[in-house]
Design a protein around this ligand. Structure first.
Ligand code: BEZ
Length: 212
């Protein structure tokens, strides 16, 4: 399987999970999706990540993003681990954890990086648009837990830039001014972005976030 790249179609799959059999495309429907892998059940960093993810579910729901976690352990193991996560993170894991025991999904999404670990998945993140194209790929090592604020931030950027001819600058967060797409001439930008366009350089034009 060739490495997945941005713009590729997310491979479909059907696999067991902590909530029963899941088909990716049926599960996502017309929603956005976030698929994130974990090295293994009953590991400390993963326990904090999944508890945090559960606490962020309302924020993903608000953005119409369906969550899917994955590790290469069984659904029965996930069920036991979820009890621990709920207890120690004071939450309820409220989204499926895929049970990728045969590494089918991990191979499809290139989540095993043999020079990091020959059998366990690294911390991959895939954000999938409603048309099933892959919009974001992140890879973290097992030793570094992910920042869920950053995942929400990038979803805000992906959703904004999917519908408006803008891009988001460094450290942008929802509500900040945005960059006018380089493909738009300044004269046209001034007609499109009625809240105003500031031309800092001919190639660097800022405008208030258009969807607020
Ligand atoms: C963890 O989730 O804590 C972890 C998993 C595998 C290797 C190192 C840390």
């Amino acid at each position: 399987m060739a490495t997945l790249r941005l713009g590729d179609t997310a491979p479909d799959f059907t696999v067991d999970s902590s909530m029963g059999m899941i088909n990716l495309y049926d599960y996502l429907g017309d929603s956005w999706g976030i698929l994130f892998s974990h090295p293994a059940d009953f590991t400390p960093v993963c326990t904090t990540e999944l508890g945090t993810a559960a606490k962020f579910k309302d924020e993903f729901d608000k953005r119409n993003v369906k969550m899917l976690a994955l590790s290469v352990d069984s659904a029965a193991s996930h069920a036991e681990w979820i009890k621990d996560i709920n207890e120690v993170q004071n939450t309820t894991v409220n989204f499926p954890i895929l049970a990728d025991e045969d590494r089918k999904v991990s191979d499809l999404y290139d989540m095993i990086h043999p020079k990091a670990d020959s059998t366990l998945t690294v911390r991959s993140v895939f954000i999938i648009a409603p048309d099933k194209t892959v919009k974001l790929i992140l890879t973290y090592p097992a030793s570094t837990g992910r920042n869920f604020y950053e995942l929400l931030r990038v979803i805000d950027s992906l959703q904004l830039t999917a519908y408006h001819k803008v891009a988001t600058p460094a450290n942008w967060k929802n509500g900040d001014n945005v960059v006018v797409s380089p493909a738009i001439a300044t004269a046209d930008a001034k007609k499109i972005f009625t809240k105003g366009v500031e031309e800092i350089k001919p190639y660097l034009r800022m405008t208030p976030q258009p969807n607020l």
